[in-house]
Design a protein around this ligand. Structure first.
Ligand code: SF4
Length: 708
């Protein structure tokens, strides 16, 4: 049974992927909630995927964390809040601000993110706040910032429908961003000349719809796009005027591209020259090209270079920021983009301002009314938990995420948290592997119980709205953080009565950066009334003061980048090997990712029987040749292992796998299948620029599982 419902239809936003679909939640008299797509939402126009459609089946109270707890015992909110505030304050006093950390989530709302970021960077005085979005899109942030000067997504969803060629790189869009894929399929049905190329080691569901699938060797994307840039040059397909007027660094990038060339691209990707030439020629002769990329690009020790190798090709052809043209990073989580806007990563300040820039720090400090401001980057996700492990961090607050299952080196993360002097977890669920190691548990309001905003992959800001009473004593994250801030003595600057107050401050801050580099500007909302916030329609940023139309916005067709010289920067991208390569002991490359009908560690989707029916248990996708070589029978149990850990999963022998590579979904965490925690096998190697871990490549061995 769901908790008390309000009895009205509420317009809100789906809490799963970065497409950010609008949802109509109709709370009915019998206590159930009917879910349909919002026909008026610009992201989905009424469509929903299987996960969105099943949202109403996930709202029961089973497993919910209903009351604050300290050491497993129920306590009042006052006691819990005081314990968190006092222990953080004492730790800071005894060990300094860098001894504490927040690890937050792309699941929380922009207002939650903003206030957590403010408390840590402006009042505690360290940038030790990072997010599970680090695992999702940090390489895109780094790539954008290197090339454009800011983390700006140039295009919009409409571009996929207006393109003549859509290239999907490292993106199983059909399963991971299904409604965007539905839009693409509808566009192809309407226009026969829309070609789709999929670049992915696996023959994914998406690849089966492609006109051309390039099953490249894992991690070789840089070589493929270097080869493309060299080909575009040789074919005379460059936009020399755009390069001359709006960019810098082209010669070095081109030299590197030629160094790779077609020969290098073939050698490193394992693809044959005719297949690569077919793609290169198609790209060269098609003006309207969109290149969509996702975790297969980002989750790599060369993720930032992969992003820049893609951006280089679009900059070199001037195909950016015009209808049907541009590079397009799609985010995994519902509010990864909102987190980027509020500076939710350890190396950012709010509103795309820079920690290292004294003028930016002064602006943020002033608007926040903060006594201090962090002046150096904090610890990124993997390093943050290593710092917990070695005792540099002595108090950590984890909000809305389950790092014991979802981070690389998952066993190390568990041991680190078990040994950490003080662990706070605010979550909607009682029994995740992370709540099990918490000293203090704080019940957070879930989807449908709280108000705020999220931003999707196309820079569209939408409201999430409450339509259920909070479960038990659950409270919205912004309020939990505000109350801890008050208890730490920061009452005046955290005098928020509701999320609208936080949103107004965030919007005001977005107008303050006045050095000509302002991309994220939602100044039109700086004085938004509570009523207007309540009825806020989805809109795309930028929306500076005075702009109210809803037409899609694009960046950079006429240059105007946010670098000091206002020119885009080409980045030379030498191909590099993955940090974890196969060897005699661990001869296969492990790739991890999502399936269609589950989300993260399944705390919500496992509640829906129809979602669980799609794929019922954890599996390892393996090529028939590898299965034969390693004596693996279809549907048998397989032990997959390396020196970090081991897991037992079901064999799915399939030609969809690339020989030499295996795929295991990461959803089945400890509470569902204790021996299938695949992130225990993922290494902590990270991209040196973005800090994003390489969750797409770990060397592993496999053998038939024999029960003890
Ligand atoms: Fe939700 Fe993404 Fe599905 Fe849309 S595509 S309904 S945002 S999971």
């Amino acid at each position: 049974m769901t908790q008390t419902v309000t009895g009205t239809t509420v317009r809100t936003t789906c809490p799963y992927c970065g497409v950010g679909c609008g949802v109509l939640a109709n709370a009915t008299a019998d206590g159930t909630v009917a879910i349909t797509g919002d026909p008026a939402h610009p992201a989905n126009r009424g469509r929903l995927c299987s996960k969105g459609t099943a949202l109403g089946e996930t709202l029961d109270l089973d497993g919910r964390l209903l009351h604050p707890e300290i050491a497993g015992k129920r306590v009042s909110w006052d006691e819990a809040t005081r314990a968190v505030a006092d222990t953080f304050s004492r730790t800071i006093a005894e060990h300094g601000p860098d001894a504490v950390a927040f690890y937050v989530s792309g699941q929380i709302l922009t207002e939650d993110y903003a206030i957590a970021n403010k408390l840590m960077k402006g009042f505690i005085g360290t940038a030790n706040i990072d997010t599970n979005s680090r695992l999702c899109m940090a390489s895109s942030v780094a790539g954008h910032t290197r090339a454009f000067g800011t983390d700006t997504v140039p295009g919009c969803y409409e571009d996929l429908e207006e393109a003549d060629l859509v290239v999907l790189v490292g993106s199983n869009t059909a399963w991971c961003h299904p409604v965007l894929f539905q839009r693409l399929m509808a566009a192809r049905d309407a226009r026969a000349n829309l070609a789709i190329v999929v670049i992915d080691p696996r023959r994914t569901a998406t690849a089966t719809f492609a006109d051309l699938h390039l099953p490249l060797a894992p991690g070789s994307d840089v070589a493929l796009f270097n080869g493309l840039l060299a080909h575009l040059h040789d074919a005379g397909a460059l936009d020399q005027d755009y390069i001359a007027a709006h960019t810098e660094g082209f010669e070095a990038a081109l030299e590197q591209a030629h160094e790779t060339g077609l020969e290098g691209a073939c050698a490193l990707t394992g693809l044959d020259a005719p297949a690569l030439r077919r793609f290169y020629d198609l790209f060269a002769r098609t003006e309207r090209v969109v290149t969509v990329y996702s975790q297969g690009v980002n989750q790599s020790t060369s993720g930032s270079d992969k992003v820049n190798a893609i951006l280089n090709c679009h900059l070199a052809t001037g195909r950016i920021g015009r209808p049907g043209m541009g590079p397009f990073s799609v985010t995994g989580q519902p509010n990864a983009m909102g987190g980027r806007e509020v500076g939710g990563l350890a190396n950012q300040l709010a509103c795309h301002m820079e920690l290292e820039n004294p003028a930016h720090r002064a602006i943020v400090q002033s608007v926040w009314r903060a006594p201090v401001i962090a002046d150096k980057p904090g610890l990124k996700a993997v390093d943050m938990f290593r710092a917990v492990a070695d005792g540099r961090i002595r108090a950590i607050w984890i909000m809305g995420t389950n790092p014991v299952d979802s981070l690389p080196e998952a066993d190390l993360v568990r041991r680190a948290l078990e040994a950490c002097p003080f662990v706070v977890v605010s979550d909607v669920m009682h029994d995740t592997d992370t709540t099990q190691v918490a000293d203090v548990l704080l019940p957070a309001a879930g989807w449908g119980e709280k108000d705020g905003t999220v931003t999707n992959s196309a820079r569209q800001i939408s409201r999430q709205r409450a339509f259920l009473a909070p479960a038990g004593e659950a409270r919205p994250d912004w309020r939990i953080i505000r109350d801890v801030a008050h208890a730490m003595g920061f009452e005046e600057a955290f005098d928020y009565a509701g999320p609208a107050d936080i949103f107004r401050e965030h919007a005001r801050l977005s107008t303050e950066k006045n050095d000509g580099t302002r991309d994220f500007d939602i100044g039109a909302c700086a004085d938004i009334t509570n009523d207007a916030y309540a009825t806020l329609e989805p809109f795309q940023w930028p929306r500076p003061a005075g702009r109210s139309d809803g037409a899609p916005t694009r960046f950079f067709a006429q240059g105007g980048f946010y670098t000091p010289r206002r020119r885009a920067r080409f980045i030379a991208t030498p191909p590099k090997q993955s940090a974890s390569t196969p060897n005699d002991a661990f001869p296969l490359v492990l790739n991890t990712g999502r399936i269609r009908d589950h989300w993260h560690t399944m705390t919500r989707t496992a509640k829906s029987p129809r979602l669980s029916r799609h794929i019922a248990e954890p599996f390892i996708e393996i090529h028939p040749k590898d299965a034969e070589y390693f004596d693996i029978r279809p549907a048998s149990l397989v032990r997959v292992a390396n020196r970090y850990g081991a897991a037992v999963v079901r064999a799915l022998v399939s030609n969809a796998a690339r020989p030499g590579a295996v795929f295991v979904p990461f959803h089945w965490a400890g509470q569902w299948a204790a021996n299938a925690r695949i992130n225990a096998l993922v290494t902590g190697h990270t991209d040196p620029v973005s800090g994003q871990p390489e969750t797409k490549s770990a060397a592993v061995s496999i053998r038939p599982f024999e029960a003890a």
